[in-house]
Design a protein around this ligand. Sequence first.
Ligand SMILES: Cc1cc2nc3c(=O)[nH]c(=O)nc-3n(C[C@H](O)[C@H](O)[C@H](O)COP(=O)(O)O)c2cc1C
Length: 579
Amino acid sequence: MVLGRLPLYGEPEVSPGRSQASSLSAEELVVAYHERTKHHYHRFAASVGYMDWATQPDPFRRYEGASLVRLPFPEMGQALSYWQLYVADSMEPAPLSIDSVSLFFRYALSLTAWKRFHETTWSSLRANPSSGNLHPTEGYALLPAVGAIHDRPGVYHYAPKEHGLERRADVDASVWAALMTAFPEDSFLVGLSSIHWREAWKYGERAFRYCQHDVGHALGTLRFAAAALGWKLFLLDRVDAMSQLLGLNRDANYAGAEREHPELLAVVVRGNWASDRGLCLSKEVASQGAASRWYGTANVLSPEHSVDWPVIDEVAAATTNPTTAIDEDFSGFPAEEELFEPPVRSGAFTAKKVILGRRSAVSMDASTAISAATFFRMLARLVPTRDGRSVPWDAIPWRPRIHLGLFVHRVNDLSPGLYTLARDPEKVEQLQQAMRREFLWRRPPSCPRGLPLYLLKEGDCRALAASVSCGQDIAGDGAFSLGMIADYMDSLVTYGAAFYRNLFWEAGLVGQVLYLEAEEASIRSTGIGCYFDDPVHEVFGISSRDWQSFYHFTVGGPVEDKRLTTLPAYKLEEKRSAP
Ligand SMILES: Cc1cc2nc3c(=O)[nH]c(=O)nc-3n(C[C@H](O)[C@H](O)[C@H](O)COP(=O)(O)O)c2cc1C
């Protein structure tokens, strides 16, 4: 039997709440949802509070009746170094073929290992992390005719367990050409959807947040997977016709099965094509739906749902309207040489090793320290560069709206204490006004001049970091941990309610970079979705709703769980690479 790995950071029992008033505006609904799903020291957000194993959702969606194209396990043509992922145009773009499509999904959404616990319990891990390892995110591709996949364009659902593409629909060549008219030849689309139930089963009302974090992480893995092939990926302007394009609106295909909610579409382009940062599909074609014929019926993931969480449906509905969030001016951002100490273009591992080796630490050793240079480099990866082309930030067309409140514990030559990283250098003043008056705002010694990092307060904050992260020791036992502080109200006012999702996506992207950077530094990190919202704000002196913590993270020396046996993700791949 396949069981999800369920770490013990869940919430105690709280009864499900009633839904929110329907007379609220979309923005008010978002704010009400965010408030009611905060964890407080005295009360967790509503969830059933126990694991109902009988209704545990299947982590693998399949479309019965759709034909499956099994993807091969090719070797990378060029052994790419991890650091090269960040340098656009550092390799010749791979041609579009079944091999390159296979590598793209292998690096983005595939299984990376099977774990066995006590001989009986099995769970799989993936390239993209997920809160509670519940994996609410489903992946799609809209591909042109690609030899050995199909002789005409089509809509495909990615099946991670099989590492295959389920052909969900055919698209006529002329319709495909009209749909993709704005993009260069051999471009294709990728889509992500969420099955809220998979997270809500365990986490109740807060689950919508976790689904959005997971989408952000997956957007990151997609961008890095594209980079590994010399491709670019750009998030498309929120596409209101996404359900039609991916077939998610087709009642007949979901009879009794859990619905998927559309999240995002992105275009993958080969070669040296520069986006104008506001990309659209042909609206006429997209709104009619591109496919001519659909295949397959979704599997049922749980025999029944013991509880419904109406506020999740409400916040999902309130955040579906298309939003246009395009910032063009990155002139105030640092150049690469101002952000990084040389040599920036070097590193220890290959891209493949880092991407497929990424894992969450389940426990930290409370002793490993990292150098200040490593710390600065990790943070520098999180700041877009002036040319707007640094990976993965080139995938999203808005300026950073997520900043960091850091708890530094073990970084050599740096005082332990509270720090902040303003990921948009022009936001320093506003953050200063929002935070405690008595904070120091002192630049750490030897910090690269382009890195907007400030020491706020010296002191041992290990217990504090663990305490605000739902009492999880990993937040105090690493080298550093952090809260991701969102420019929340201004984002909702500027871009509308739907941008609530984008804030989580950006937080997930930040997290994905930290996951990979930790691998490259031979340490580990872990996303932390369970934290006490307002107590975190209190630490930094944030008293208004304008700024809100959206995600936590910890980075440090891991303690391996010796009770686990790790097995390869795919038997076929293992056979292929045997001597
Ligand atoms: C959004 C999100 C929230 C998470 N929250 C926590 C957390 O609060 N505590 C924890 O120990 N792990 C947390 N994790 C780590 C997951 O448990 C982990 O990603 C999952 O078990 C899969 O393992 P892997 O990351 O090694 O693939 C979180 C991960 C994500 C993506």
